[in-house]
Design a protein around this ligand. Sequence first.
Ligand SMILES: [Mn+2]
Length: 283
Amino acid sequence: MRNMQNQKYAFIGCQSEYKGSRIVLFGAPFDGTSSYRAGSRSAPSSIRMESQGIETYSPYLGKDLAETAVFDRGDLELPMGNARQALRIIRKNTASILDDGKKPFMIGGEHLVTLGAFEAAAEKYQDLCLIHFDAHTDLREDYLGEKLSHATVVKRIWEITGDNRIFQFGIRSGMKEEFEWAKKHTCLTRFNFGGLSEAIQKIKDKPVYLTIDFDVLDPSEMPGTGTPEAGGVRYKELFDAIRAVSACNVVACDVVELCPPLDNSGISVALACKLLREILLQL
Ligand SMILES: [Mn+2]
């Protein structure tokens, strides 16, 4: 693992030492299976750098990131051509953070990285549930013959959790078969966050892994993502949904699929920085 001292920036306001921290931020800069437009590997470093342009204080929450115990551990070094090995490294790193009694917060990377972190969390927490915000089902059995892919990640997670422990929201793209399959095996809400409060009631105090694919947002607000999908939610809706989920026992979290090379105006990275602050303040 790279040491933060070798990196120019930590995420703004994350000045805590590892020992005293409650949340540990780390980057998983992997986009080795991205099918359409790659580039999410540069998301962690772009987010850190651009975070210098936002305030540490959230007027929405009345809290300041500089007063919370978040440590930015830097980026994992991941072999781009080897998804299995990349997942092993992510899993090991996540497990070590959990073992130290802290919450891991991962910045992807493509969505496949979630699998490694989820595996580590599922090992520690029985009954772990997944709350999944995304434009895409990610429920393919394989993608072009590849079982480990950003398009299969939630299916692989279901193989760990089984039925009724995966809650998907904002979904508006996938094969007919995936939507049919989801009716029996996951709780899938199309297009928006309808039914989120019912899901939260159902989950009760079970441990939750929250994964947010930035493409759940409408491309008008989040153009910088590998597979943009029109008809998405607004920033405010996503913020409110995260606020609702923060009432759950969230034990680990990630944000994935920001693709800075496609973010011509810089608006997507700026949005990601702000959203990251708001999530960190609520975990
Ligand atoms: Mn997606």
